[in-house]
Design a protein around this ligand. Sequence first.
Ligand SMILES: Cc1ncc(C[n+]2csc(CCOP(=O)(O)OP(=O)(O)O)c2C)c(N)n1
Length: 798
Amino acid sequence: MDTVNTNDAELQEKLSFDHFRNEVLKDYRIACESRETSLMGRKEVLTGKAKFGIFGDGKEVAQVAAAKFFKPGDFRAGYYRDQTFMFAAGLANVEQYFSQLFSDPDVNHDPFSAGRQMNAHFSTRNVDENGEWLDLANRKNSSSDMAPTAGQMPRALGLALASKLFRNSPVFNQHKSLSDNGNEVCFCTIGDAATSEGHFWETVNAAGVMQVPLAIFVWDDGYGISVPKKLQTTKGSISTALRGMEKNDNTNGIDIYKLKGWDYAGMCEVFEPAIQKIRDTHTPAIFHIEEITQPQGHSTSGSHERYKKPERLAWEKEWDCIKQMKEWILANALAEEHELNDIEVNAKLLIKASKQKSWEIYINPIKEQVNTGVILMQQLAENKTGEGAEKIREMAGELAVNKLPMRRELMKTLAAALDIVGDDVVSFGLRDFYEALKITYANLYNTFLYNEGPKSALKVAVVKPVYGEDTKLINGYEILNKYFDKLFESNDKITAFGEDVGLIGDVNQGFSGLQVKYGDKRIFDTGIRELTIMGQGIGLALRGLRPIAEIQYLDYLLYGLQPLSDDCATTHFRTAGGQSCPLIVRTRGHRLEGIWHSGSPMGMIIHALRGMYVCVPRNMVQAAGMYNTLLQSNDPALMIECLNGYRIKEKLPENLLTYTVPLGIPETIKEGTDITMVTYGATLRIVLEAAETLGKININCEVIDVQTLLPFDINHHIVASLKKTNRIIFIDEDVPGGAVAFMFNKVMEEQGGYKFLDVAPRTMTAQEHRPSYASDGDYFSKPNTEDVVRVVKEMMAE
Ligand SMILES: Cc1ncc(C[n+]2csc(CCOP(=O)(O)OP(=O)(O)O)c2C)c(N)n1
């Protein structure tokens, strides 16, 4: 018996040794393949096949070690250095990597961004082609990377917070395809220099306060491009600087680990229990990974010899993580040197072949289109005479010998040839070919800003509000309060949060009493941190919940604008529809008092947020209907409720949860024949007042509420009014040239409104400066009824 036992034990030991050895060699292989990818990637840029390259060399070993503990359900929120992590997690392969480097717009080749993002900006899908949520709990996930440094941090907070909400809310916990009891960790990566951004600090503080499963890896190579960390970080060390946030036995906070980026064994040993602790306890942690190198420098633009001293460069060579890992493997007799050499040689071969394959699948469709273009141009030239024919032949020849043709060169050449042909209808198919390519290329490059399929907000059926016979009038805020109550009851993915949203139910009582009823995992307070409130919303939305994230007053949206503009608004576009982020940002704005409470910076907002919808409801019944519409779709939106509308009386619809207000459909609030007045939100009441005054002197105004600025009047309702009145004025309380200019442009240019004008069109806005304080300040800073009456009279007299 003894002998048998010993053999068993030996066998067991051997098996686990073999398993361990295989794991180590697999990691070594991935590290080598990733390094070769970086080396080859740089060459491809320098030889002109790719535009720009930024690579993950020097971070390979830390990333294979971290990826070992990345499980199905987990999320990554990282940045452009993470190729090794993505390879090791099985979320990217080398061919896909090169396809993105070549900006291949075919989503089957570059599944991360369909050529819309520069290289090493990864993502995985969270929805299928119809916008239905995928089973995120059973797959490894990556949110979509972006270039602004630390931009991933606010989103990472939300991705981690989702686990906490899923675990602790029985309502959310039912969604087993989205979360396995909140066991998911968000792996967040950031460069050492990017920790200087406010985004980093706000995120770490919020994670420490909320206790969410966030694992932050700081890849510390000592520089932010050329600026060393002594100029970036207090005490030159992010882990030292963060010590005050460290969790102790009886406090909240974060765990802090310090590791060396070349120490494979050391990192594996620490990561395993540390990540498990994050998973189990939702205590966030920072892994400060020091002594990382950057063998090829920051990117293909510029060389690091310019700012790194020779000693540093020599140190980087010696402490290269792959070199160190090899030495460790040999020292521990896990492989013979020739085995490791074979791995290195095979890595080179694999990368070369993969790169070549990606190049061919990228370039061949272009070459085919170029060939067709060349043939058509040659045919055209043969059937023409004179100088033009010669020029076309010459251009076709130049295109034919271009070894690295791009689509734009093809289009430029075709356009030039067609210019020579002029309006000659017999262009031997060249014009048709050109027009067809325009459509093909627009589909490749200009699609997916919004959902266009079944989850488009524009496809939501219109249901009118229904009113009972003796419906009483109640305050606007009560309409919303009753609406949200029903919404939380019926929709098990809704969560709302922000400053003063939980306990007191927001400053205007929209959520009043609802935290008690639905729990503090569904309606809750946050710190004063608009940036990460937005990031929190983005992360929750990416994980399949339906967050309503509050910005207390519209003026403070500026603090949260960057993640909305760079991240949320571009998510669907930059993943070519692979990811949806149905965040609703709720705020209240327009006329109140003073410089920071009365803003209505609508021009700034709508230009920063293409990719989101911007709703400007005139009252709370309209607002609730818009919420209903948005919640049936997958696109993100900003809802700006009228601050001075909460105490205006409205009738409560009976079908509160089912009526919808369509987006992009203006409503004529008052019919008239003399002039079209286009406005929205709080200004609408002023315009209606002016219209009444003008009516008394027989000027019959038509007043239109645009309802949503994005989208804007999709059925050209406004120009139909202009055809009748032949006069138009656009009025809002933004600065001159702000949202009124946007509306003006839409109606005059897109809708062809200029053709129906009898007098010059006008815009009326607030003054250029911020409003002065109190009611008089408001009167003289924002458009008022008297101003509107005066301008309309002038227009009528023209
Ligand atoms: C908001 C923003 N500012 C500046 C840049 C330009 N930039 C790109 S990378 C970089 C340095 C980042 O250094 P670090 O965070 O240490 O990451 P590393 O590239 O060294 O891995 C800078 C300044 C940017 N992308 N985004």
